[in-house]
Design a protein around this ligand. Sequence first.
Ligand SMILES: [Zn+2]
Length: 302
Amino acid sequence: MATQQHNFPEIESTLERGLSDMSAYYLENHLRPNPGKTQICSFHLKNREAKRELDVTWDGIKLENYQHPVYLGVTLDRTLSYKAHIQKTRAKVSTRNSLLRQLTNSKWVGSPKYTAYIGTSLVLLHRRICLPSMEQIVPCTAVITKAERTKQANDNRHSLHEHSAAQKRLSSRSSFLDTTEVLGTTQTDARITEWQNQWNSLGNQTTQWMERGITPDKCLTTVHDQPWPVWKTLNRLRVGEGRCKVSMKKWKITTSGACVCGESQTMEHIMRCSQAPQCTGDDLAEPNAAALTCANHWKDVI
Ligand SMILES: [Zn+2]
């Protein structure tokens, strides 16, 4: 039951009238109302009345006020800023990221392909829900937002089709209809363009990779059939983060940061250590036989 009025007492009396009508209906149809499980909430921009609770009774029982009701999976808040929903989604994504982190650091993971599936199902599912709010953080989400805007513009089945944005009530609030452009290409193309733009902004190495025909794409690299420890080591070498001696010393797990060759064992050193197979950043990008030999050598170390 919903009502819109200019002040709280009017809302309270309207709701109470509506509820008493419902009581009569319940009685006629041999149903039993359950005021103990009925919740109410109010949406408004009056900050002075932020903590104001509605005083509505049904069959002599005061109804419970609820600050953040969930409707169709979306957590609502008083000003409809979706702040509560974003915080909840963020917490969920963070939990799933922790699960994924635990999984990828273990040795018993089946294959990179299934880990990618798990990542998509655990994390992307939630990332998709908060569309426009995360646009600036994740380029992939920017594409989803644009795709949604395209549907809104072209598909008459879309719930906001032919809808124009309401006048702004708060300066911090801008409608997704005003801020998002319609997508000119397919979602996949637009996503890859976004990734390429990010790559280009990274600097020299990525430009070199692009020139060699190594482009960002939404698929696993050619060696994803390798055992998980090799795949993991390969990726650790690529991003330059792993359990090398220098890091282990920093984390206070070992006392020495020296490699078997005597030099300081950083992630960069691992790729050019004289006592082990060597590889370069380009080898890792493909990845070719040199990169695989190097990853195989270090798989139980880093
Ligand atoms: Zn060394």
